[in-house]
Ligand binder design. Structure first.
Ligand code: MG
Length: 181
């Protein structure tokens, strides 16, 4: 049987503001500012969610977890990623690998490199070796360089491993849509 590989891309950017915790990839990083947002503002988890949804052709994070919905106020963004993982599994996909870049002038994320990779791997149920992470500064240029915002870029590769017929048998229909719990 031939490989059925799908690639997805995700991007997110939030402001760095006073009075918020800085959470990247589910890990709190001590800093004087944090990322704004309706949820916990975790740009890395948001971009990962979008990349995986994109790889499946199933829309974007805003369709599933709209910021207008009060239940997501200050929500742990791991919820978004964990539910996307379940959507992947329900639709017969497995994650091949994800690769990520964080654009952030300060603080340095180097000390948290493996902690963040481990957290991503745990939420997605994959080995750490399948999670890439790079921290980049913008050398003082633009909103990232001026410390006004941070951004995340992600690519995700997934493989469809279950045929529609098997899914139909398992779930009673060929295409399992996201459902709230
Ligand atoms: Mg976001």
């Amino acid at each position: 049987m031939s490989l059925d590989l799908r690639v997805g891309i995700g991007y997110d950017s939030h402001r760095l503001v006073d009075g918020r915790r800085l959470i990247l990839g589910g890990v709190e990083i001590p800093f004087e500012k944090g990322l704004s947002g309706h949820s916990d503002g975790d740009i890395l988890f948001h971009a990962l969610t979008d990349a995986l949804l994109g790889a499946m052709g199933l829309g974007d994070i805003g369709q599933y977890f709209p910021p207008s919905d009060p239940q997501w106020k200050d929500a742990d963004s791991a919820i978004f990623l964990a539910r996307t993982r379940r959507l992947l599994e329900d639709n017969g996909y497995r994650i091949v690998n994800v690769d990520t870049v964080i654009g952030l002038e300060r603080p340095k994320i180097g000390p948290y490199y493996n902690v963040i990779r481990k957290r991503i791997a745990d939420v997605l149920g994959i080995e750490m070796g399948r999670v890439g992470l790079k921290g980049k500064t913008a050398e003082g240029l633009g909103p990232v360089g001026e410390g006004l915002s941070a951004e995340a870029h992600v690519v995700a590769l997934v493989e469809r491993i279950e045929e529609q017929a098997i899914l139909r048998e398992k779930h009673g229909r060929s295409h399992v849509q996201y459902r709230r719990v």
